[in-house]
Design a protein around this ligand. Structure first.
Ligand SMILES: [Zn+2]
Ligand SMILES: [Zn+2]
Length: 281
Protein backbone atom coordinates (compact mmCIF):
# COMPACT_ATOMS: atom_id res chain seq x y z
CA UNK A 1 0.00 0.00 0.00
CA UNK A 2 1.36 3.42 -0.94
CA UNK A 3 0.15 6.99 -1.34
CA UNK A 4 1.14 8.30 -4.77
CA UNK A 5 0.30 11.10 -7.18
CA UNK A 6 -2.21 9.95 -9.81
CA UNK A 7 -4.10 11.98 -12.44
CA UNK A 8 -7.34 13.53 -11.16
CA UNK A 9 -10.48 11.78 -12.41
CA UNK A 10 -12.44 13.60 -15.10
CA UNK A 11 -16.01 13.60 -16.38
CA UNK A 12 -16.06 10.69 -18.85
CA UNK A 13 -19.79 10.52 -19.67
CA UNK A 14 -22.49 13.21 -19.31
CA UNK A 15 -24.06 11.52 -16.26
CA UNK A 16 -20.81 11.54 -14.24
CA UNK A 17 -19.95 13.74 -11.28
CA UNK A 18 -16.63 14.35 -9.56
CA UNK A 19 -16.71 14.33 -5.76
CA UNK A 20 -14.01 15.89 -3.59
CA UNK A 21 -13.61 13.30 -0.85
CA UNK A 22 -13.90 14.59 2.72
CA UNK A 23 -14.17 11.22 4.50
CA UNK A 24 -13.24 7.73 3.39
CA UNK A 25 -12.77 4.55 5.40
CA UNK A 26 -10.42 1.61 5.42
CA UNK A 27 -12.83 -1.31 5.41
CA UNK A 28 -12.23 -4.81 6.72
CA UNK A 29 -12.82 -6.03 3.19
CA UNK A 30 -9.94 -3.81 1.93
CA UNK A 31 -7.72 -6.12 3.98
CA UNK A 32 -8.53 -9.03 1.65
CA UNK A 33 -6.75 -7.08 -1.07
CA UNK A 34 -4.04 -5.79 1.27
CA UNK A 35 -3.24 -9.34 2.37
CA UNK A 36 -3.00 -10.53 -1.22
CA UNK A 37 -6.07 -12.71 -1.01
CA UNK A 38 -7.63 -11.33 -4.23
CA UNK A 39 -6.44 -10.87 -7.79
CA UNK A 40 -6.71 -7.06 -7.62
CA UNK A 41 -4.56 -5.37 -10.25
CA UNK A 42 -1.47 -3.48 -9.12
CA UNK A 43 -1.91 0.28 -8.79
CA UNK A 44 -5.66 0.18 -8.14
CA UNK A 45 -6.92 3.07 -6.02
CA UNK A 46 -8.94 1.45 -3.22
CA UNK A 47 -11.73 2.92 -1.07
CA UNK A 48 -15.43 2.08 -1.33
CA UNK A 49 -16.83 3.88 1.75
CA UNK A 50 -16.87 7.52 0.74
CA UNK A 51 -18.38 10.90 1.47
CA UNK A 52 -17.62 14.31 0.04
CA UNK A 53 -18.62 17.50 -1.73
CA UNK A 54 -19.63 17.56 -5.39
CA UNK A 55 -16.90 19.37 -7.33
CA UNK A 56 -18.13 19.04 -10.91
CA UNK A 57 -21.11 17.52 -12.75
CA UNK A 58 -21.54 16.36 -16.33
CA UNK A 59 -24.13 18.03 -18.59
CA UNK A 60 -26.55 15.10 -18.11
CA UNK A 61 -26.70 15.43 -14.31
CA UNK A 62 -29.93 17.18 -13.34
CA UNK A 63 -30.54 16.83 -9.59
CA UNK A 64 -27.10 16.72 -7.99
CA UNK A 65 -25.43 20.14 -7.93
CA UNK A 66 -21.90 21.39 -7.46
CA UNK A 67 -21.41 22.02 -3.73
CA UNK A 68 -23.84 19.31 -2.55
CA UNK A 69 -22.60 17.28 0.40
CA UNK A 70 -23.13 13.65 -0.51
CA UNK A 71 -22.90 10.10 0.74
CA UNK A 72 -21.57 7.69 -1.88
CA UNK A 73 -23.02 4.16 -1.54
CA UNK A 74 -20.32 1.61 -2.30
CA UNK A 75 -22.46 -0.05 -5.00
CA UNK A 76 -22.43 1.52 -8.44
CA UNK A 77 -25.76 1.16 -10.26
CA UNK A 78 -27.04 2.36 -13.61
CA UNK A 79 -30.46 3.16 -12.16
CA UNK A 80 -32.42 1.72 -15.06
CA UNK A 81 -31.73 -2.02 -15.43
CA UNK A 82 -34.13 -4.59 -14.03
CA UNK A 83 -32.15 -5.10 -10.82
CA UNK A 84 -31.64 -1.37 -10.18
CA UNK A 85 -35.35 -0.67 -10.70
CA UNK A 86 -36.29 -3.29 -8.12
CA UNK A 87 -33.90 -1.94 -5.48
CA UNK A 88 -31.02 -4.35 -6.19
CA UNK A 89 -28.44 -1.93 -7.55
CA UNK A 90 -25.85 -4.10 -5.77
CA UNK A 91 -26.43 -6.49 -8.70
CA UNK A 92 -26.72 -3.91 -11.50
CA UNK A 93 -26.49 -5.78 -14.79
CA UNK A 94 -24.85 -2.92 -16.74
CA UNK A 95 -21.96 -1.48 -14.78
CA UNK A 96 -19.53 -4.40 -14.54
CA UNK A 97 -17.90 -5.51 -17.80
CA UNK A 98 -16.33 -8.56 -16.08
CA UNK A 99 -17.96 -11.71 -17.43
CA UNK A 100 -20.11 -13.42 -14.81
CA UNK A 101 -20.27 -10.49 -12.38
CA UNK A 102 -23.35 -8.31 -11.82
CA UNK A 103 -22.77 -5.23 -9.70
CA UNK A 104 -19.78 -2.92 -9.32
CA UNK A 105 -17.93 -1.24 -6.45
CA UNK A 106 -15.44 1.64 -6.24
CA UNK A 107 -11.88 0.42 -5.88
CA UNK A 108 -12.44 -3.26 -5.43
CA UNK A 109 -11.12 -6.48 -6.99
CA UNK A 110 -13.34 -7.93 -9.74
CA UNK A 111 -16.00 -5.27 -9.14
CA UNK A 112 -15.47 -3.22 -12.27
CA UNK A 113 -12.89 -0.75 -13.59
CA UNK A 114 -13.71 1.96 -11.03
CA UNK A 115 -11.19 3.80 -8.92
CA UNK A 116 -11.80 4.07 -5.18
CA UNK A 117 -12.20 7.05 -2.91
CA UNK A 118 -9.05 6.76 -0.76
CA UNK A 119 -7.95 9.74 -2.80
CA UNK A 120 -8.72 13.43 -3.09
CA UNK A 121 -11.25 13.06 -5.92
CA UNK A 122 -13.62 10.31 -7.09
CA UNK A 123 -15.57 9.90 -10.35
CA UNK A 124 -19.20 8.88 -9.77
CA UNK A 125 -21.01 7.27 -12.73
CA UNK A 126 -24.81 7.84 -12.98
CA UNK A 127 -24.46 10.54 -10.33
CA UNK A 128 -28.16 11.41 -10.00
CA UNK A 129 -28.92 7.80 -9.15
CA UNK A 130 -25.88 6.91 -7.06
CA UNK A 131 -25.32 9.99 -4.91
CA UNK A 132 -27.38 10.64 -1.80
CA UNK A 133 -27.62 14.33 -0.99
CA UNK A 134 -27.28 14.76 2.78
CA UNK A 135 -29.14 18.05 3.18
CA UNK A 136 -32.05 17.10 0.94
CA UNK A 137 -34.46 19.79 2.09
CA UNK A 138 -36.96 18.98 -0.64
CA UNK A 139 -37.49 15.50 0.77
CA UNK A 140 -38.84 16.93 4.12
CA UNK A 141 -42.28 19.73 4.86
CA UNK A 142 -43.83 16.45 2.23
CA UNK A 143 -45.64 15.02 5.21
CA UNK A 144 -45.16 12.27 7.77
CA UNK A 145 -44.57 8.61 6.85
CA UNK A 146 -47.35 7.23 9.07
CA UNK A 147 -50.32 8.68 10.92
CA UNK A 148 -52.50 7.17 13.66
CA UNK A 149 -56.24 7.67 14.01
CA UNK A 150 -56.69 7.11 17.75
CA UNK A 151 -60.05 8.87 18.26
CA UNK A 152 -62.63 6.79 16.47
CA UNK A 153 -66.24 7.56 15.62
CA UNK A 154 -66.81 10.05 18.45
CA UNK A 155 -64.18 12.54 17.22
CA UNK A 156 -65.45 16.09 17.65
CA UNK A 157 -64.43 19.68 16.99
CA UNK A 158 -63.54 22.16 19.80
CA UNK A 159 -67.20 23.12 20.19
CA UNK A 160 -68.13 19.51 20.91
CA UNK A 161 -69.85 18.91 17.55
CA UNK A 162 -69.13 15.32 16.42
CA UNK A 163 -67.35 14.70 13.11
CA UNK A 164 -66.42 11.01 12.89
CA UNK A 165 -64.29 11.75 9.80
CA UNK A 166 -62.34 14.63 11.39
CA UNK A 167 -59.08 12.84 12.19
CA UNK A 168 -59.13 10.75 9.00
CA UNK A 169 -59.47 13.96 6.96
CA UNK A 170 -56.54 15.56 8.77
CA UNK A 171 -54.40 12.45 8.30
CA UNK A 172 -55.21 12.26 4.58
CA UNK A 173 -53.81 15.82 4.41
CA UNK A 174 -50.75 15.37 6.60
CA UNK A 175 -49.41 11.91 5.65
CA UNK A 176 -47.03 11.97 2.69
CA UNK A 177 -47.83 10.36 -0.67
CA UNK A 178 -47.64 6.51 -0.47
CA UNK A 179 -47.65 6.75 3.35
CA UNK A 180 -49.94 4.84 5.70
CA UNK A 181 -52.72 5.50 8.20
CA UNK A 182 -53.29 3.14 11.10
CA UNK A 183 -56.79 3.31 12.60
CA UNK A 184 -56.85 2.17 16.21
CA UNK A 185 -59.79 4.41 17.14
CA UNK A 186 -63.02 2.42 17.10
CA UNK A 187 -65.65 2.64 14.35
CA UNK A 188 -68.88 0.65 14.45
CA UNK A 189 -71.35 -0.57 11.81
CA UNK A 190 -74.34 0.75 13.79
CA UNK A 191 -74.29 3.96 15.81
CA UNK A 192 -77.86 4.93 16.78
CA UNK A 193 -76.63 8.16 18.42
CA UNK A 194 -74.75 9.38 15.35
CA UNK A 195 -75.11 12.94 14.08
CA UNK A 196 -76.17 12.02 10.54
CA UNK A 197 -78.03 9.21 8.78
CA UNK A 198 -74.92 7.78 7.11
CA UNK A 199 -72.96 7.54 10.33
CA UNK A 200 -75.92 5.76 11.99
CA UNK A 201 -75.16 2.91 9.52
CA UNK A 202 -71.39 3.11 9.91
CA UNK A 203 -70.93 5.15 6.71
CA UNK A 204 -68.15 7.69 7.34
CA UNK A 205 -67.67 10.26 4.59
CA UNK A 206 -63.98 11.09 4.83
CA UNK A 207 -61.72 12.66 2.18
CA UNK A 208 -61.28 9.50 0.14
CA UNK A 209 -60.34 11.57 -2.93
CA UNK A 210 -57.17 12.87 -1.28
CA UNK A 211 -56.51 9.45 0.26
CA UNK A 212 -56.65 7.81 -3.19
CA UNK A 213 -54.78 10.55 -5.06
CA UNK A 214 -51.87 10.31 -2.61
CA UNK A 215 -51.68 6.50 -2.85
CA UNK A 216 -52.17 6.11 0.90
CA UNK A 217 -52.86 2.80 2.58
CA UNK A 218 -54.85 2.11 5.73
CA UNK A 219 -54.74 -0.57 8.40
CA UNK A 220 -57.77 -0.99 10.63
CA UNK A 221 -59.39 -3.22 13.20
CA UNK A 222 -58.97 -4.53 16.70
CA UNK A 223 -55.37 -4.68 17.92
CA UNK A 224 -54.07 -8.26 17.49
CA UNK A 225 -52.61 -8.25 21.00
CA UNK A 226 -51.05 -11.71 20.92
CA UNK A 227 -49.19 -10.76 17.77
CA UNK A 228 -47.29 -8.04 19.62
CA UNK A 229 -47.48 -8.55 23.38
CA UNK A 230 -44.35 -10.69 23.73
CA UNK A 231 -42.32 -8.09 21.81
CA UNK A 232 -43.86 -5.27 23.88
CA UNK A 233 -43.15 -7.06 27.16
CA UNK A 234 -39.50 -7.35 26.16
CA UNK A 235 -39.36 -3.60 25.56
CA UNK A 236 -41.24 -2.59 28.72
CA UNK A 237 -39.64 -4.91 31.29
CA UNK A 238 -36.07 -3.64 30.80
CA UNK A 239 -37.35 -0.05 30.58
CA UNK A 240 -36.68 0.56 26.90
CA UNK A 241 -40.33 1.59 26.44
CA UNK A 242 -42.35 3.31 29.18
CA UNK A 243 -45.97 3.49 28.09
CA UNK A 244 -46.96 4.19 31.71
CA UNK A 245 -46.36 7.90 31.03
CA UNK A 246 -50.01 7.98 29.95
CA UNK A 247 -51.26 6.88 33.42
CA UNK A 248 -52.68 9.84 35.36
CA UNK A 249 -54.47 8.15 38.29
CA UNK A 250 -54.25 4.92 40.30
CA UNK A 251 -57.48 4.44 42.27
CA UNK A 252 -58.84 1.75 44.60
CA UNK A 253 -61.67 -0.24 43.02
CA UNK A 254 -64.15 1.40 45.36
CA UNK A 255 -63.47 4.75 43.60
CA UNK A 256 -64.25 3.32 40.17
CA UNK A 257 -67.50 5.25 39.69
CA UNK A 258 -65.70 8.48 40.50
CA UNK A 259 -62.96 7.61 38.01
CA UNK A 260 -65.54 7.03 35.29
CA UNK A 261 -67.16 10.39 36.01
CA UNK A 262 -63.94 12.40 35.69
CA UNK A 263 -62.63 10.44 32.70
CA UNK A 264 -65.91 10.70 30.77
CA UNK A 265 -65.91 14.47 31.20
CA UNK A 266 -62.38 14.49 29.68
CA UNK A 267 -61.29 16.57 32.63
CA UNK A 268 -57.82 18.03 32.39
CA UNK A 269 -55.18 15.61 33.60
CA UNK A 270 -57.42 12.53 33.48
CA UNK A 271 -55.65 10.59 30.72
CA UNK A 272 -55.63 6.99 32.00
CA UNK A 273 -57.10 5.56 35.18
CA UNK A 274 -55.78 2.36 36.75
CA UNK A 275 -58.03 0.55 39.24
CA UNK A 276 -56.33 -1.34 42.10
CA UNK A 277 -58.74 -3.84 43.71
CA UNK A 278 -56.29 -4.54 46.54
CA UNK A 279 -55.62 -0.88 47.33
CA UNK A 280 -57.12 0.69 50.46
CA UNK A 281 -59.48 3.63 49.88
ZN1 LIG B 1 -16.58 -1.95 3.22
ZN1 LIG C 1 -28.46 -1.13 -13.15
Amino acid sequence: MAVEEVPNPTIETPTDAIVRITNTNICGSDLHMYEGRTNVEEGKVLGHENMGIVEEVGPGVQQIKVGDRVSVPFNIGCGSCRNCLTGWSSFCTRVNPTEGFDGAVYGYANMGPYRGGQAEYLRIPFADFNLLELSAGDEHGLGVDRGVEAMGYQAHDPSGQEHPELVLDNLAKSVRTTGGIGVVGVYVPEDPGAVDEGAKEGRIGFDYGTFFTKGLSMGTGQAPAKRYNRQLRDLITPGRATPSFIVSHELPLTDAADGYRHFDKREDGWTKVLLRPGQAA
